[in-house]
Write a protein that binds this ligand. Sequence first.
Ligand code: CMP
Length: 138
Amino acid sequence: MTERTLAIIKPDAVERHLAGKIVQRIEDSGFQIRAMRLVRMSKRDAEGFYAVHRDRPFFKSLTELMSSGPAIVMALEAPDAIKKWRTLMGVTDPAKADPGTLRKEFGQSIERNATHGSDAPHTAAYEIGYFFAGIELI
Ligand code: CMP
C-alpha cells in the first residue's frame, strides 16, 4: 500500500554537509519526495514536534539540538514508506544500527543521529501536517 512518512535530516547532519548524500540515498531507495523544505525550528517548534517525549530526560537537549540550526523536512512516499524509511535509517542509536544504514554511517550519538522518521501511520499524519499544508504535498 502506498504510504507517506515524515523524514527529517536533523541539524547535526545538515551542519556536517551530509544532506546531499542522504537525499541521494532516499532517491536511490525508490522514495518519491512529495514535499521538501529547509526549516529552522524555534525551541517551541521542536518542543511541539517532540511533545510525546516531553517527560523524557533527554527532552531538553533534544529540543535544543533540533532548534540549533536548519533541518530538512520531507514527506516521502513509497509502498510501506514508514517501515521502509525506518529500515534505511537504522535503529535510534547509531552504535547499534546495522551496517549500511544512514544512522550507522552518519550518526554521531543516540541524540545526534542524523535523521528522524515517523513510527506509525497516525504519527506520520501528525508529523507531515506539522510542517506541510495539504497544498504543498505534490
Ligand atoms: P528520533 O527518531 O528523532 O526520536 C526521538 C529522538 O530522541 C531520537 O531520534 C534521538 O535523537 C533522541 N533520543 C532518543 N533516545 C535518546 C536517549 N536515550 N538519549 C538522548 N537522546 C535520545
